[in-house]
Ligand binder design. Sequence first.
Ligand code: ADP
Ligand code: MG
Length: 324
Amino acid sequence: MTGEFDLIRQFFTRQAPSVHVGVGDDCAVFESEPGTQIATSTDLLLEGRHFFSDVDPFKLGHKALAVNLSDLGAMGAKPIGCLLGLGLPDFNDAWLARFSAGFHALAAKHGCPLIGGDTTRSEQGIVISVTVFGSVTAPFLTRGSACEGDDIWVSGSLGAADVALSLLMRVWQGEVLSDPEHELLEKTRPWLEMPVPRVELGLALRHLAHAVIDISDGLLQDLGHILQASNQGAVLQLSQIPVNAAIAGISAKQKRKAVLGGGDVYELCFTAPVRGREKIRAVGKELGLSLSMIGTITSENQLKVLDEDLIEIQDLPSGFDHFR
Ligand code: ADP
Ligand code: MG
């Protein structure tokens, strides 16, 4: 068992040459490049609500930072550093070693060193709060910037995280999965537990995209935020929406729900003028990331999804809302 300060030294103090003052003082101090603005975002993860108690702590450390980096990606911001608030029921060295390894590995990959935080005991399970800082310049890739006639794009593929989550919830409730379901869980689980934040894509979309959002609650819900903020509507074509290969075998109905309503995706959904198509395709090629055009922004103030026969789907799944 480690004390609070040993714990911070051992697991959370790393070299951060890019910052002036890192972990160990009253505040962290970092440089803000002249002529740039600071983008910041924070996300809270609670045991039992955002992650299962038995999740691999390495993956949890990764995900806690990944969901925040994803927000920087959605703003086209370049990571500078991050803060980590931790509430822990006990100080378990083995757990901390894996958690911090997952966290630092992703931080190093994105040049986003851990530069401070807070650590305390929690009686109500594990609480993780990560705050990220990035540098960004105008024009900002806000949700309110979509224009009529814009193409709607999505990166990567959708649906696998939602399928993994549904299966894990059944396991957690004591259900025994069939062999094919087990296989499906093993294939889809990495998409839920180790999301890849699209930071490079966000940076590349500056001067190309209008509105950008990362898909955390489901494509329809998150695109809905863009539409609301931009006072626009959209038409999507279901057949153009990229379905994760891991869920190719599930029923069409389940697939539709997972792709349109499934959260925890952390791909970017963005709108861009038609004239930018070629440059956007080139960005996808350069990053080795598939970028799919899935629809169009309209002035109609509603979100329509057309099925394979181009007929409007009536019973659309909704995304995730914590207070619903
Ligand atoms: P203070 O009393 O000034 O709030 P603390 O004793 O809480 O300072 O923390 C000591 C130092 O360790 C600070 O620099 C703080 O940013 C850092 N720190 C505490 N917890 C963490 C953590 N989980 N990850 C990274 N840095 C941390
Ligand atoms: Mg403190």
